[in-house]
Design a protein around this ligand. Structure first.
Ligand SMILES: [Ca+2]
Ligand SMILES: [Ca+2]
Length: 113
């Protein structure tokens, strides 16, 4: 599925807008499962990584080889990641997670805060 689509457990792709809209758009209704997490897409994730349109996971679970996000975005782009165990700024710089959200700007473009 593309970045803008959710993959049903059956393998089909549906637009994110159809997630948790009360209608089964996946044949297996997997788009309507786990909808308590749907509200999380508006949540901010201080000190944590925000899964695309979804919940927060601890930084150390980003690029640990295990899919923790519904869209698997915590494991995307990790091949190019040279910051093992560290938070990666949007511009590619590495940052120790303990420095995240400490009020100081550590990443250019303010991507850590
Ligand atoms: Ca739906
Ligand atoms: Ca992970």
């Amino acid at each position: 599925c593309s970045e803008t689509h959710f993959q049903c457990s059956s393998g089909a792709c549906i637009p994110f807008e159809k997630l948790c809209n009360g209608i089964s758009d996946c044949r297996d209704s997997s788009d309507e499962h786990g909808c308590h997490l749907h509200d999380c897409r508006w949540a901010t994730c201080p000190d944590e990584f925000k899964c695309h349109h979804s919940y927060c996971i601890p930084i150390h679970r980003v690029c640990d080889g295990i899919y923790d996000c519904p869209m698997k975005d915590d494991e995307k782009g990790c091949a190019a990641l040279s910051c093992v165990g560290l938070f990666k700024c949007k511009n590619g710089a590495c940052l120790q997670s303990k420095f995240l959200c400490n009020g100081k700007v550590e990443c250019p473009l303010n991507s850590d805060d």
